[in-house]
Design a protein around this ligand. Structure first.
Ligand SMILES: Nc1ncnc2c1ncn2[C@@H]1O[C@H](COP(=O)(O)OP(=O)(O)OP(=O)(O)O)[C@@H](O)[C@H]1O
Length: 233
């Protein structure tokens, strides 16, 4: 096994019923990289991302075979073993979606929400909220309106809020599904710069349709095509 890899798949396949969506896929992806996945619509890119936090299981359909290993907190774990703690996995593997999805609550409560779910004390939260907002380059814009409804923020601000929320529990891997596709050029550029910074502390696995974006920021580029994942850059 490649002991330095952060994400390893062996003979990974995914099917819906009798339909093979992709695989077998063998990968060894390094940490602190931005790894981009492109490919035609419907090829299975979003499903591929959802393998790594087991989010696809929430749909109740689909089937994974093969092995998926993640090196988390220095230890290689098979994330499909029976006794895996799914909540712990999802704390270490954060996710950001195509459309920003703030919860119907204040900016502060949105960012603090993962702490609330993790049962962290109220007293600890303000400092951590500020830090996450700083990391997402949003703090200066919202510091005077932390108690306002997060849904009043602009699209780009909402996406940075969602990134701040995803960063709250210090994930080691961040899954990003078309994180800029609902944003204008200026907001997209801000998010891209942020992702490049986050590479220092996270491994980023990102689906993107934008070839120019992928060329600008990704360390490795794969294309999901003909049921396979092929490295193209
Ligand atoms: N729960 C499900 N049951 C059956 N088929 C599904 C389910 N979820 C997704 N699919 C199918 O799997 C295929 C891959 O979907 P997926 O969203 O992963 O593709 P994608 O490459 O991300 O597409 P896009 O670029 O359009 O977002 C699609 O044909 C989709 O209809």
């Amino acid at each position: 096994m490649d002991s330095s890899a952060k994400i390893i798949t062996r003979s990974l396949t995914f099917s819906y019923g009798k339909r093979l969506l992709f695989g077998p896929i063998d990968l060894a992806l390094p940490e602190n990289n931005i790894i981009a996945v492109t490919g035609p619509s419907g090829a299975g890119k979003s499903t591929f991302l959802s393998i790594f936090n087991r989010l696809w299981e929430e749909n109740g359909t689909g089937h994974v075979s093969g092995t998926v290993l993640l090196r988390l907190a220095g230890t290689v774990a098979d994330i499909y073993r029976n006794d895996l703690d799914l909540s712990a996995l999802r704390r270490k593997v954060g996710m950001v979606f195509q459309t920003p999805n703030p919860l119907p609550m204040s900016i502060r409560k949105n960012v603090a929400f993962p702490l609330f779910l993790a049962g962290r004390r109220e007293g600890e939260r303000d400092h951590l909220v500020e830090r996450a907002l700083q990391r997402a380059h949003l703090f200066d814009e919202v510091k005077d309106r932390l108690h306002e409804d997060a849904r009043n923020l602009s699209g780009g601000q909402q996406q940075r809020l969602c990134i701040a929320r995803a960063l709250m529990l210090e994930p080691e891997i961040l899954l990003l599904d078309e994180p800029t596709s609902s944003l204008d050029g200026t907001s997209s550029a801000g998010i891209e710069a942020l992702l490049v910074e986050l590479r220092q502390t996270c491994t980023l696995l990102m689906v993107s349709h934008y070839q120019d974006q992928v060329r600008r920021i990704a360390d490795q580029v794969f294309e999901m095509i003909d049921q396979n994942l092929v490295r193209i850059a």
